[in-house]
Design a protein around this ligand. Structure first.
Ligand code: UN1
Length: 510
């Protein structure tokens, strides 16, 4: 595979880098990487131990003391160059994402495009780190707020978006004057190494110090835990499951550190009687089967008004029948494999449990075997007729399983069903009725971080703030004013007069 070579991936790779220099771990701890496409070994990665962890943190601290002195627009210029470099490697990196993680090639390219887009966004943001200027209540006083970098930002990313989520965090953090330390998922270390090669050329060309963008590949139990507990890391951005996120949140909160959590979703689309099904059907199918159902924004529940239910069910069974499942590097296929055997077991267990709980499989429900499916990671996208209150419908199963749920009554009833889960990431309604759409968007509407009208639940643009409520964790990353979470806010009052008045009119005479 030529793209591996172009990206600097070798048979044996170091998993530790300070941004400009690779460190060879002293321990003999190797991670073997296999593709879920065909089980083929892609390479080996040496993992960081305690010693390398310490080296990385110290370099990052040194790097930060230099990086924060560089004016923000100049930091933006570095990010601009990273964006240009990523454009050169879009095909190669997108192919590696697809190969290592299993998402379709189109989605692999899309993910790299998200990186490029956030670079462009961050370049602009580097000139817009605005604070407010207020009017002081005292004469000859100036009152304003300003934003300073936080310091070291730990970025712990999940397997399903091996590169984009890092970029949302690292690029915004960088223009804000922070340095970042990236611990990718152990499922997808090679894409992280490839990214590190790409950015290290930019860092070297600009004569930047070590420690601005570091990479630490290691196990969650050692390196991940160390990062969570380390008071030298001012902010932890964590993407992953609710269970691990809950643990991460408590460890970081225990040391009064800051965190951004982007945890699970259980996203629903509402189809009202006023929906345009020509729009809704492709959006539902992409939302449910894209990335083989392994996005946190995947459509998991479809709430269909009873008047359209039969029609919708028929159309979906037909659409699912036309999906092509197979090697994601073949652009003719819609759906690739799940990430590993564990994910397949989780899928099979979910199907069994659904049957026990009274769900009816309308399509799929099987693990694929035979030619082209030898890795054992391919499953059939699955449609299940279910009641909203089934225990498993309340959970996020990270697989392409879509629950068809019939509702009767008005849009308020559909919104109540949509909100009646513990997670709160993404949501959507398909309707051409203004009242229904605006009710869904109102304060009594969707309780999710993302609410879409006539668009599916996944595929958010980088320009908006990304994240969700309730068990999704409450954090926001990426666009809008999410940058503020990466900075420390300082309220400044300057007295340029010749007297010393106190606020609130307090009289204090010596
Ligand atoms: C994720 O699944 O963790 O909105 C991120 C989307 C993508 C990002 C998903 N832009 O589906």
């Amino acid at each position: 595979m030529d793209f591996m070579k172009d990206l600097g991936i070798k048979k044996r790779n170091s998993g530790v880098s300070t941004g400009t220099k690779w460190i060879t771990p002293t321990s003999d701890d190797w991670l073997e990487v296999h593709s879920p496409i065909d089980g083929k070994k892609l390479g080996r990665v040496s993992r960081a131990g305690k010693k390398e962890y310490e080296q990385i943190i110290v370099r990052a601290q040194e790097g930060f003391s230099r990086w924060r002195q560089i004016p923000a627009p100049q930091r933006g210029e570095i990010v601009r160059q990273i964006g240009l470099e990523l454009r050169q490697y879009k095909q190669a990196l997108g192919s590696l994402v697809s190969c290592e993680m299993g998402k379709s090639l189109e989605e692999g390219y899309g993910e790299v495009q998200e990186m490029i887009d956030i670079c462009d966004f961050a370049v602009g943001q580097s000139r817009m780190l605005y604070g407010f200027s207020m009017h002081s209540e005292r004469p000859e006083h100036r009152l304003y707020d300003q934003y300073h970098p936080l310091g070291l930002v730990g970025v712990l990313t999940a397997f399903n978006f091996p590169v984009a989520v890092w970029a949302w965090n690292a690029m915004i953090a960088a223009v804000c004057g922070n340095v970042s330390i990236w611990k990718p998922s152990s499922q997808v270390p090679l894409t992280a190494i490839a990214v590190q090669h790409i950015i290290s050329r930019v860092l070297q060309k600009n004569d930047l110090p070590e420690g601005v963008f570091s990479l630490l590949i290691g196990s969650g139990r050692t390196i991940g835990e160390k990062m969570l507990a380390d008071p030298r890391l001012h902010l932890i951005s964590f993407t992953g499951s609710v269970a691990t996120g809950r643990h991460a949140a408590s460890v970081v909160a225990g040391r009064l550190g800051k965190s951004i959590l982007e945890l699970g979703g259980n996203n629903a689309i509402i189809i009202t009687p006023e929906a345009d099904l020509k729009l809704a059907i492709p959006a539902v199918v992409f939302g449910a089967v894209g990335t083989a159902g392994q996005r946190c924004t995947t459509t998991r529940r479809l709430l269909v008004h009873h008047s359209l239910y039969k029609q919708m069910k028929k159309a979906l069974v037909k659409a699912y029948g036309s999906l092509r499942i197979g090697n994601p590097l073949d652009s003719g296929n819609h759906v690739g494999p799940l990430v590993n055997q564990q994910a397949v077991s989780d899928f099979s267990l979910a199907i069994k449990t659904l049957r026990e709980q009274g769900g009816k499989i309308l399509f799929g429900g099987k693990v694929l075997t035979g030619k082209g499916y030898a890795s054992g990671c391919y499953v059939m996208p699955t449609l299940v007729e279910a009641k909203a209150e089934l225990p498993l419908v309340q959970e996020e199963t990270f697989a392409p399983i879509l629950y068809l749920i019939k509702y009767t009554g008005d849009v308020d009833r559909a919104i109540a069903l949509q909100n009646d889960v513990r997670q709160g990431l993404s949501s959507a309604i398909f309707t051409n009725d203004l009242r229904e759409a605006e009710t869904f968007l109102s304060s009594a509407g969707s309780d999710c971080g993302i609410a879409n009208v006539n668009i599916g639940t996944s595929g958010a643009e980088i320009g908006g703030a990304f994240g969700g409520e309730k068990e999704t964790g409450g954090g926001r990353e990426s666009g809008s004013d999410a940058w503020r979470a990466y900075m420390r806010r300082q309220t400044v009052t300057v007295n340029y007069g010749k007297t010393m008045p106190l606020a609130q009119g307090i009289n204090f005479q010596l």
